[in-house]
Design a protein around this ligand. Structure first.
Ligand SMILES: NC(=O)c1ccc[n+]([C@@H]2O[C@H](COP(=O)([O-])OP(=O)(O)OC[C@H]3O[C@@H](n4cnc5c(N)ncnc54)[C@H](OP(=O)(O)O)[C@@H]3O)[C@@H](O)[C@H]2O)c1
Length: 493
């Protein structure tokens, strides 16, 4: 893998990144921030999801691709615009939304005089494409529909291997958890993985690509089946695994299996399985011809890099960073005021430094657990998973640091004011809307569970779990303070 160096040709280029709070967009934004002379603008649905230290280094336009004014503002004065968004995960007609979104984007870019759109879609061909892949193909076709007015460089990637990518998390979890596995037919279908660092290198290098007209660039590091990827990952992790192919595992059954043993929910698992039913391999050699300076890592190297990032607590982005919906999932934290049921507890933490208390509160969840009544948290996680939710499997991106938008088990960080406030929005299956809030004022830590019940079931749920809440929430507050007193807890950014 070779990194692109910033050349003088970059100076003064104005770049728009859409999807900058998603898996690929976050990493691209971090890479481009390291390149001198580029000026970056981000179109995001919630500016709070951009880390505070990044906010003053980029221009932010808040809005989405369905808002024409926001799009016009985002595209104005831009040379190159990255299109790294999709509506998958939206209930209903996600393909229709994606078509509209791409059309709006192309129209706004043309009107603003943008010279180049760079898009990342999926590998595969129309004839055998799954519903999700078809939508990615349609998006590329729409973006590239007016080549005389705007150039489109359309990258197509298959399985992306990187810390936090959905496919890698599936491979890693299955490989780590199951020494022996019955495997369905689709695991032998050929696909073409690629390391996430190489994907970012291609996208970044396309800013300066000297080419006219539209271009489709298929990227990958060699053909492999899912089975070969699992065995390759096992080897990279120093494990021996046995896979036994069987004819009777239907895609639906496999999706349930993935849901149970990996962090991804059913919808993501089903999309992946559906996508792997037909071959998704590189169809052209444009990557080698136009980007000879990039030599993609092998699959094993990509796995090792991903494992290293996880071990070193250096995961930049994860599949669950984005909202997987037509709206940003943490946009409406103000509705907290609607909550009509509350469990509020305060504790005076005396002379313990407030920043230690806050860091301790920010260290909850993930591998460290919830400090107390672990079995009850696990049980709630299992119930959630069985009901089609995330359960506790998403864990945390980072052992101690949090940022707005981070998934934290079945919660999402909705607000973070260092030293003052941590607000978690519940993403577990629950009959209503729920939040867990920690605030520090003077020497007092306040922990509040807020609940906005949906109808009678919501109220019944709240009163049914009240005794459990009493145990869990009382102890959680005490444990957060006790850990801070003992010097435990982590650094918070
Ligand atoms: N990740 C992979 O393994 C993979 C593999 C092959 C190809 N790709 C392609 O790479 C591209 C990016 O995927 P990703 O995995 O990075 O996606 P992702 O993690 O789900 O992120 C999607 C991003 O798009 C934003 N977004 C969604 N709808 C929007 C709208 N209407 N207007 C403005 N922003 C919107 C989301 O914002 P919020 O944060 O507000 O939700 C989020 O930042 C996609 O085209 C995908 O097909 C990805």
């Amino acid at each position: 893998m070779s990194e692109r160096r910033a050349g003088p040709e970059n100076r003064g280029k104005r770049i728009l990144i859409t999807g900058a709070t998603g898996y690929i967009g976050r990493r691209l934004k971090d890479r481009l921030l390291r390149e001198p002379g580029l000026s970056l603008r981000l179109l995001v649905r919630n500016r709070a999801k951009v880390r505070p230290e990044v906010r003053h280094r980029v221009e932010i336009v808040e809005g989405d691709t369905f808002q024409k004014e926001a799009l016009a503002q985002a595209a104005s004065g831009i040379d190159t615009a990255f299109y790294l968004i999709h509506s998958m995960g939206t209930k209903g007609d996600f393909s229709g939304l994606d078509r509209k979104s791409a059309e709006n984007f192309r129209t706004a870019c043309i009107a603003a005089g943008v010279k180049r759109i760079i898009y990342l879609g999926g590998l595969g061909v129309r004839q055998t494409a799954s519903k999700h892949l078809l939508s990615r193909i349609e998006t590329g076709e729409i973006l590239a529909a007016e080549p005389e007015k705007i150039q489109t460089i359309w990258f197509r990637a298959g399985v992306i291997i990187g810390s936090g990518s959905a496919s890698f998390e599936i491979i890693r979890n299955l490989t780590e958890k199951l020494p022996c596995m019955l495997t369905p037919r689709w695991v032998t279908t050929k696909t073409e993985p690629v390391g996430v660092a190489d994907v970012i290198s291609y996208l970044a290098a396309a800013i300066d690509l000297d080419a006219r007209g539209n271009l489709v660039v298929d990227i990958g590091c060699g053909q492999l089946s899912f089975q070969e990827m699992m065995l390759g990952a096992a080897k990279a992790m120093g494990l021996r695994r046995i896979l036994i192919p069987v004819p009777f595992l239907t895609p639906r059954l496999s999706s349930y299996w993935l849901t149970l043993f990996t962090p991804v929910p059913f919808a993501v698992a089903a999309a992946l399985v559906e996508g792997l039913k037909s071959e998704t391999i590189v169809q052209n050699d444009n990557a080698r011809r136009h980007f000879p300076q990039i030599r993609p890592m092998s699959y094993e190297e990509a796995v090792q890099a991903a494992i290293r990032e996880i071990a070193e607590n250096q995961v930049l982005s994860r599949w669950c960073d984005s909202s997987a919906g037509a709206l940003c999932d943490i946009k409406d934290q103000d509705t907290l005021a609607q909550a009509i049921l509350r469990d509020c507890r305060c504790l005076d933490f005396g002379e313990i430094p407030a920043e230690r208390i806050f860091a301790s509160a920010c260290a909850i969840g993930g591998r460290q657990g919830w400090f107390t009544y672990t079995f009850l948290w696990r049980l709630r996680g299992l119930i959630d998973k069985m009901a089609g939710g995330y359960g506790l499997n998403r864990g945390r991106r980072d052992l101690s640091a949090l940022r707005v938008g981070d998934a934290l088990d079945f919660w999402k960080v909705a607000d973070l004011k260092p030293g003052q406030r941590l607000l978690l929005l519940a993403q577990m299956k629950v009959p209503g809307r729920a939040w867990l809030e920690f605030t520090i004022s003077g020497h007092t830590l306040t922990q509040t569970a807020h609940f906005y019940p949906k109808g009678v079931w919501g109220r019944l749920y709240w009163y049914a779990v009240l005794p459990l809440h009493h145990l869990v929430f009382r102890d959680l507050l005490n444990k957060i303070v006790a850990r801070a007193a003992g010097g435990e807890g982590g650094e918070q950014i």
